[in-house]
Unconditional design. Structure first.
Length: 110
């Protein structure tokens, strides 16, 4: 059985900054995001979507598809990296501390 090489499998990242000033622009931005999701992309951050691709050729197919989905206005960037490069991401999730809630009232039966 062939093992997928971490140097052959790819990740396609799409970064975008789309205007949302008018109703038409908001609709175009929303449609762009929905179409990315339909094509198998997942949200990585608010305006960064990623998709795993089995090969460079497969990544090129999805890159062409993203190009066909581009809205009229805004900035969209695409980056293709290997699975090995993607695995080297240092991801930090920072959250504000949440104060513990007061325990609920204890009910007594009998």
């Amino acid at each position: 059985m062939d093992r997928y090489s971490e140097y052959r499998t790819m990740w396609l990242l799409v970064f975008f900054d789309l205007p949302t000033d008018t109703k038409k622009e908001r609709k175009a931005a929303s449609n762009f995001r929905k179409n990315l999701i339909k094509d198998g992309f997942s949200m990585f951050q608010f305006s960064i979507y990623v998709r795993h691709c089995a090969s460079r050729e497969n990544a090129d197919v999805h890159l062409k598809r993203v190009k066909s989905l581009l809205p009229e206005y805004g900035q969209v960037g695409c980056l293709t990296i290997t699975d090995k490069q993607f695995s080297e991401i240092d991801l930090f999730i920072c959250q504000k501390p949440v104060a513990p809630t007061a325990p609920g009232q204890q009910l007594e039966m009998f």
